[in-house]
Design a protein around this ligand. Structure first.
Ligand SMILES: Cc1cc2nc3c(=O)[nH]c(=O)nc-3n(C[C@H](O)[C@H](O)[C@H](O)COP(=O)(O)O)c2cc1C
Length: 445
């Protein structure tokens, strides 16, 4: 076995006792496969996750699952029913149980029962939980006239200047009351408990990309002067309460992770130093298993589109921050750092681990095109110079669409969703998927 393969193929233990069989993590990717207005997972979702489960990943993190149907990202996202809805909860539990089974590689009822991977030979199945906050578009899960919610009433700005598009797509959010914040904390706890009962190995809180938790951390979007704002500790408080609430209500061996921004990449937003402080606080809490490092938001989508030329040339977008985060952990702390964004080659991935930038590597877009990418990356008979993600060619965005970062990122997202929809239908992915095929392949119709 070459040293690059050995580095990526090494198991990784988490503080809660669970472990990844290797260092390759399927990053969270919104599937857009549920019902209109947000719903449960379905057969398409199970088929897609069975393909990933068979792909050799150390950990599979699901696309974001909404903790509140009224505040989802896209109309077709998965959601957890509201606390107290007994019938809806029973149906959700049945559907999420199949989802967890599929993600671990087990049979789901329509299949032969001979798929039962042993512990240690299957990926960890982690469900990502989100509240989309001020980035929940008008009409996503709620009537268009009902506002989104956020720490403060700061309107989104998707272009260089404020415009009518900001108002049309997002409107001005309602600033949450303290009681409403407590309700949101409870929703994350309720969802985590349901997902543990369903058989998931853990949850990842979505604290990045400008969604609600990340907007609490960002001084530009959190102007509160009460206990949930004011200074960095106040802005971090909602995350502290959610982590404590989840930990107190799930078993010790349940994985609890969080995705965080290395920076908000906007003037007046969180800096790398602020973000490092958040990582240190999580480490000191001693109950978090991993932090997945990313960056940006809908307003500055650095997570998939590097903001500087230097970053564009580097294989991993956030490795320098991830490295600082690892070095900042108190001695003896085993909270793990996963870095996601821009990785494409085996040497790039193993190099990031050997250099101490991260403990594991998250892969988003490459996993849409190649659900079994780890099989190639961990196959020692494939030489290092051939072990890279397949190159893809997206059709050019029509020039009639506004030339703003959000539209560019939406274009990338929807094209990669179409790849997931091909896998969900049992068809091969297509790195040259054309516009015409791309629209006809989306699951919505
Ligand atoms: C189609 C698509 C959907 C995504 N959905 C999510 C999501 O639900 N949650 C999340 O944390 N990140 C999401 N992301 C961001 C990815 O997890 C990842 O951070 C980003 O794509 C950069 O990694 P990559 O260069 O390996 O693709 C999404 C990205 C794409 C392309």
């Amino acid at each position: 076995m070459t040293s690059t393969v050995a580095t990526l193929d090494a198991p990784l233990a988490l503080p809660c006792g669970a472990s990844l069989r290797n260092r390759l993590v399927k990053a969270p990717l919104e599937e857009m496969l549920s019902t209109f207005g947000g719903g449960n997972p379905n057969d398409d979702v199970y088929r897609l996750y069975r393909a990933w489960a068979d792909g050799g990943w150390g950990m599979i993190i699901t696309g974001n699952i909404g903790v509140d149907r009224r505040h989802i990202g896209i109309m077709f996202d998965m959601v957890i029913p509201d606390p107290g809805q007994t019938d809806a909860e029973a149906r959700a539990l049945a559907a999420y149980t199949k989802y967890a089974r599929a993600t671990k590689g087990f049979a789901v009822d329509d299949e032969r029962a001979d798929h039962a991977p042993a512990d240690g030979q299957r990926p960890l199945a982690i469900a990502q939980l989100v509240h989309c906050g001020r980035q929940s578009m008008r009409g996503s899960g709620r009537p268009p006239w009902v506002p989104s919610v956020a720490p403060s009433a700061v309107r989104m700005q998707v272009g260089k200047e404020p415009s009518w598009l900001d108002w049309l797509l997002f409107g001005t959010p309602h600033a949450l009351t303290v009681d409403e914040i407590h309700g949101i904390v409870q929703r994350f706890v309720h969802a985590s408990v349901l997902l543990e009962r369903a058989g998931f190995d853990g949850v990842e809180l979505h604290g990045a990309h400008g969604y609600l938790l990340s907007s609490f951390l960002n001084p530009r979007t959190n102007l509160r002067t009460d206990a949930y704002g004011g200074d960095a500790a106040g802005r971090f408080r909602i995350i502290r309460e959610i982590v404590e609430g989840v930990r107190n209500n799930v078993s010790k061996s349940f994985v609890v992770g969080i995705k965080l921004n290395s920076s908000d990449f906007m003037q007046g937003g969180q800096t790398e130093d602020d973000a490092l402080q958040n990582v240190r606080w999580l480490a000191e809490m001693g109950t978090v298993d991993f932090v997945e490092v990313s960056g940006g938001s809908y307003e500055a989508p650095a997570f998939a589109q590097p903001q500087s030329e230097r970053t564009q040339q580097r294989e991993g977008f956030f490795t320098s921050f991830a490295h600082r985060a690892r070095l900042s952990l108190p001695q003896g702390c085993t909270m793990r750092i996963i870095v996601t964004g821009g990785f494409r080659t085996r040497t790039g991935m193993s190099g990031a681990i050997t250099a101490g930038h991260a403990d594991a590597i998250g892969l988003g877009r490459p996993s849409c095109l190649e659900p079994a990418l780890p099989r190639k990356m961990l196959d020692a008979s494939v030489p290092d110079d051939k072990a890279e993600a397949v190159a893809w060619k997206m059709p050019v965005k029509p020039y009639l669409l506004p030339n703003i970062a959000l539209v560019g990122i939406g274009w990338t997202t929807i094209w990669h969703s179409a790849q997931m929809h091909l896998t969900a239908r049992g068809q091969p992915t297509d790195p040259d998927l054309s516009m015409r095929r791309f629209f006809s392949r989306l699951h919505f119709w």
